[in-house]
Write a protein that binds this ligand. Structure first.
Ligand SMILES: [Zn+2]
Ligand SMILES: [Zn+2]
Length: 429
């Protein structure tokens, strides 16, 4: 019987890492991420002897951040696709560069990771070792994101990674009907307790509010994650054909340039290209003049205002009653974005930098739900669309304690064999 061991991302979001071991003790790793807390940033330590390969679902740091650690003394095959490799490389370099936390790896290991990449197309079954085959499937979460089917010892295990079963402007959704009959499912549970508002409604809302601010001579800052969210917002603005200057800054700019090299990863590549063309790229030296001119939309990371180019804009916009800051991503507790949203105070501290500040917000601040994760009903529908052999094992991961355990108990009511594993636990299936 194969054994699944959860090394992180269990009853938490962060440091996703799943080890699967065959009868003959061959092993493969699915994702190897970090989490942004002071302690236990890396996946749990375990015996990695006879590890045959690592496969990555997508570039987000909570799935990819610790990958270089596996390349200290090895050249393990790294299964991914060209787009995920390209963006992971950008994000990992950025993480190593700006981190205050001393990661036990650096650019040297990152180079080895890049050199060990083996590209796999979706739907193509690949032999990994004597005991393992894997196949990638579209996950609909961000461009390049995939779910992984693992075949080992006559069993089929399906790991969703992060999924979205709703179409976005950027990419096509995940479809559970494409998955063959499986024995065990490892599913994300991020929004197992929440329903997102209809996307069209959110899009209309944000566009109306932007138009209103611009008509009153203000600026709109949209702090967005540089990967996928910035480009999704750009596509929404393109769809409504607003005749308002749009500026892209920071990592969002870099990712746009990288995306332009991967025509097949998008729902409508020509639309994405023309959306990118409508935006101007901002640089640090012209940030203040963009704000002084007024009547501009600025899309800039970081999405939770923890750093990045957005900070230069916020510090000024926050004091302007005519302007607005529209957050478009989930704001984790303890981040400046969450504090701004809940208390109307922008508090930012940067060691050795002049950008530290604590200011009461005079501008408008609001949040628009542009999540790229399946919500409660999407998750249940997606899981119900998967065909199982007898066992019906489901492991609920990538969500807080409440989300993972309640998804598991809801599934158990429907005759699944579901559990919310804890980090460090192993299950034979
Ligand atoms: Zn993700
Ligand atoms: Zn994730």
């Amino acid at each position: 019987m194969p054994v699944i061991k959860f090394l992180g991302g269990a009853r938490e979001v962060g440091r996703s890492a799943i080890l699967i071991e065959s009868n003959n003790k061959e092993k493969i790793m699915l994702d190897y991420g970090v989490r942004f807390k002071e302690e236990d940033r890396l996946p749990d330590k375990t015996d990695l002897d006879n590890l045959k390969a690592v496969a990555l679902t997508h570039c987000h740091i909570d799935h990819s951040g610790a990958l270089p650690l596996l390349y200290k003394n090895s050249s393990l095959p790294f299964y991914t696709n060209p787009l995920s490799l390209r963006i992971s490389d950008i994000l990992l370099k950025d993480m190593i560069k700006i981190s205050r936390y001393p990661y036990p790896f650096g650019y040297k290991e990152l180079d080895k990771l890049r050199q060990s990449a083996k590209f796999l197309r979706n739907g193509i079954r690949q032999k990994i070792s004597n005991d393992f085959h894997i196949t990638f499937y579209d996950a609909g979460h961000i461009p390049g994101s995939i779910s992984i089917l693992v075949e080992v010892d006559g069993k089929k295990i399906f790991y969703t990674g992060d999924i979205n079963s709703q179409t976005t402007n950027l990419i096509n959704p995940a479809k559970s009907s494409e998955i063959p009959k499986i024995d065990a499912l490892i599913t994300e549970s991020t929004y197992a307790l929440k329903e997102h508002p209809p996307r069209e409604e959110t899009e209309r809302d944000i566009v109306d509010r932007i138009v209103n601010i611009i008509e009153n001579d203000g600026n709109v800052l949209i702090p967005a994650f540089g990967v996928a969210r910035s480009q999704e917002v750009l596509l929404v603005l393109k769809k409504y054909d607003l005749k308002i200057p749009i500026y892209l800054d920071g990592l969002a700019r870099k990712v746009c340039m990288a995306y332009s090299e991967f025509p097949n990863a998008f729902k409508d590549f020509s639309m994405l290209k023309s959306a990118i063309k409508t935006a101007q790229f901002a640089k640090s030296r012209n940030r203040m003049s963009i704000l002084e001119k007024g009547k501009n939309i600025i899309i800039s990371p970081s999405g939770m205002l923890k750093g990045g180019a957005a900070i230069d804009y916020v510090s000024k916009i926050v004091k302007d009653p005519a302007s607005a800051i529209y957050l478009v991503g989930y704001q984790v507790e303890g981040t400046p974005g969450r504090k701004l949203l809940e208390e109307g105070i922008f508090e930012f501290e940067e060691r050795g930098y002049s950008r530290s500040t604590k200011t009461k917000a005079l501008c408008e601040v609001d949040y628009f739900d542009f999540s790229s994760h399946a919500d409660k009903s999407d998750l249940l529908n997606y899981i119900k669309g998967i065909k199982f052999n007898n066992s019906r094992y489901v492991f609920c991961v990538h969500g807080d304690e409440k989300s993972t355990t309640s998804l598991a108990s809801n599934l158990n009511k429907e005759n699944y064999n579901a559990v919310a594993p804890e980090t460090g636990e192993s299950y034979a299936i």
